[in-house]
Structure formats: C-alpha cells, structure tokens
Design a protein around this ligand. Structure first.
Ligand code: TTP
Ligand code: MG
Length: 374
C-alpha cells in the first residue's frame, strides 16, 4: 500500500475512544403536565394549540397515536384527535425540571452540552464516578431522573455526538440504545437521510429528488461530488456517513441566534396593517437583545404566509446593530423590499445572528462548522 493510500485510511479512521451519552426527555412538556395534573394521565393532550390560531408545542404519546405532532396548528390536532385536551404551557416549571436534570448530569461529568431544556450531550469518557461503561452511566442517569422528577427520558450511547443523538431517538419512550463503533458503519448505510445531522427538510427533499435515500447512497458520491451538490455541508456529509464526527461536547457553547416571533390573531395582507405589528415585534426584539447584551450583525425577517410557506430575508452589516432606530429601519426595509414575495401573513419574526458574544468564543471555529438547517 502506497503512502497516500495509507494516509487516507488513517485520516478516515473512526475515533472510538470517546464515550458520549445523549439524553432527551420523553414528550417533555406534555409529560410534565400529566405528572402535575393526574386527571390528564393516560389522555391525549397537547401543550399549547388552544384558541383559534394556537400551535402545539408537543403532544402526549396518547395524542401522537392519532398523528398529532409538535408545531401543528391546534385546529389540525383537533381534526386528527377530536378528544384532545389543550393545556397552556408553564415554562417556569419546564425550566425547573431542566435544572434538576442538569444537576443529575453534573454528578457524572462537567462536560455537558445542553441543546434545549430537555436535551443534552454528556462526555462520560472520564466520568466522576469512574464507571467504565457508558451504558451503565446512562442507565443510572435514567433511574435518577425517574426517581427525582417522576419523568422518563431516553438515552443514546455512542462514540460521537451524532450517533448518540440518533440512538436516543430509537427506542422512545424510556429507551436506552447503544451504537457501537463496530456497528456504526453498517447502521449508517441503512439510515434514512433525514436522520443525518445537518440534513433538514430542504436538503432531504433535494437528496430525494436525486435518488439519495439512505446513507449508502451518500457514500457512493465522492467528496468532490458532494461538495459540488451541497457546498460546505457536502464535506460534512462525506464524513458523517463514514461515522466520523469529532465534534467535542462543548459545555461553553454560546447562543448562535436570538429571535422573537409572533403568530398574528388574524392573517394580514396590507402593508399598513403589518407595519404597526412589525414595529411592536421590533420593540420586543430590541428589549431581548438588550437584556442579553448580545447584538447581531445579521438581521433576518421571517414571514409565514397563510399557506404556511415561510419566507426569510436578511441583511448583514459589518458592525453589530445596537440602535433601536436602525433595527426598526432594517425591519421595515426588509418588509417593504420583499412585499412581492408574500400575500397573506400569519406569523412575523425577527432573528439576530452573527452575534457579538459568539465571536468571543474560543470555540468559534467549531461553531461555524456546527451549522444547522432550519
Ligand atoms: P422534543 O424533545 O423535540 O420533543 P418531546 O420531548 O416533546 O418528545 P420526544 O419524546 O419525541 O422527545 O422537544 C422538547 C420540548 O420542546 C417539547 O416537549 C416542547 C418543546 N418544543 C416546542 O415548543 N416546539 C417544537 O417545535 C418542538 C419540536 C419542541
Ligand atoms: Mg424530548
């Protein structure tokens, strides 16, 4: 074997020395509501989604049997499951549970990367209790969560973040799943493309149109072909389909965006009707940025049309936009310039990215690679 080939093989060798656990609470908000209100136990419920135009945040497993899902409009949930009960969210309680589970994680490791209130990666390679098997750590954490919060979670164990996350989703609820380095390659070949890290709806549709359905189909493409078809993301797909994901569990991960959005009471069509609402949202957005003391260089206006199609338009500056007047001006200009793209609007949002605080992060290189698609 010549040196270049040997180098190639070495550089694409799976690094299986790490032990990563991914924990994800089961039907999180809905389970908390069922826990705290026994009359909801065993029932089909959705958190949020009430009222004329509400959207569900999540649904209990009983409601999921009828096809109710996160982010579904309430009317649709009701259509699928007529006996569904809509419960208003109690974010403070969810935050408290989130703190409780985090304190459990901390008994095992300080390398914790929370992804949301109910989800985190843990690097337990060298854990505080010197437990040699990551499966054992995961089982103990699941037991403690059950004991201390009366809620269940699911856990995934593997040698990298991507596979640990896929694993935690495989046997929900209350499931513990391991993907060993030996099994990873054949597992990834059979995995549907939408399950791959970084493949969102848009990329998945594009891949399907090209006849790419499973990992094995991605694997047939060269690095160059993938880069040509998917840009920077293509290079990342080349690696993950081979089970290579060296992203560290990053406990200092900073926020990548700050956003405010609002579903309107009624669909709006006329610019003069939309402008006052946009103004209001900009006020709230400015308060949020000020409170976080974190401003962005890029501002994105998001509009959801009444047919649920989402339109986003952005503008970037080479400085952090900190003035309320300027934010207002940008938001209004984005709306005016692109009014041809929309018709009736049901949701308006503003997002700031390329944040100031992110630049101070020593892990910024990693973060810029760690993109996600909406
Ligand atoms: P998820 O972990 O995605 O969902 P889940 O915990 O409800 O269910 P699963 O058992 O499949 O993990 O999200 C965690 C919580 O975040 C969820 O309970 C509600 C909230 N959420 C939203 O508010 N909007 C959304 O679109 C999603 C996906 C979640
Ligand atoms: Mg969850």
């Amino acid at each position: 074997m010549g040196t270049p080939e040997l180098f190639f093989m070495l550089s694409y060798h799976i690094n299986s020395s790490r032990k990563i656990v991914h924990i994800d609470m089961d039907a999180f908000y809905a389970s908390v509501e069922q826990r705290d209100n026994p009359s909801l136990k065993g029932k089909a419920i959705a958190v949020g989604g009430g009222g004329n135009r509400g959207v569900t945040t999540t649904a209990s497993y009983e409601a999921r049997k009828f096809g109710v899902r996160s982010a579904m409009p309430g009317w649709k949930a009701k259509q699928l499951c007529p006996h569904i009960i809509f419960v208003p969210p109690r974010f403070e309680v969810y935050k408290e549970v989130s703190r409780q589970i985090r304190s459990i994680f901390q008994r095992y490791t300080d390398l914790i990367e929370p992804l949301s209130l109910d989800e985190a990666f843990l690097d337990v390679t060298a854990n505080k209790k010197n437990i040699p098997f990551a499966m054992e750590v995961a089982q103990q954490i699941m037991d403690l969560i059950k004991e201390e919060t009366s809620l269940t979670c699911s856990a995934g164990v593997s040698y990298c973040k991507f596979l640990a996350k896929v694993a935690s989703d495989m046997n929900k609820p209350n499931g513990l799943t391991i993907i060993t380095p030996q099994k990873a390659v054949s597992f990834l070949e059979k995995l549907e493309i939408e399950k791959f890290f970084g493949v969102g709806k848009v990329t998945a549709d594009k891949m399907r149109r090209m006849g790419i359905l499973h990992g094995a189909d991605i694997k047939k493409l060269s690095k160059l072909e993938l880069a040509m078809k998917f840009g920077k993301a293509g290079l990342h797909f080349y690696d993950i389909v081979r089970g290579i994901d060296n992203r560290p569990v990053n406990p200092n991960r900073t926020r990548k965006s700050l956003a405010v959005e609002r579903t309107l009471e009624v669909d709006l069509e006329q610019l003069e009707d939309i402008l006052p609402v946009l103004n209001d949202i900009t006020d709230k957005f400015f308060k949020r940025l000020t409170k976080a003391d974190n401003f962005g260089r890029t501002i994105t206006l998001k509009l959801k049309r009444s047919d649920f199609q989402t339109i986003t338009r952005s503008i970037s500056k080479n400085y952090f936009i900190k003035e309320k007047e300027e934010l207002n001006e940008i938001a209004v200009n984005l709306l005016r310039q692109h009014q041809d793209a929309f018709d009736k609007i049901r949701l308006i949002g503003l997002t700031a990215t390329n944040l100031e605080k992110e630049l101070n992060d020593s892990e910024n290189l990693q973060l810029s690679f760690d993109w996600e698609e909406e």
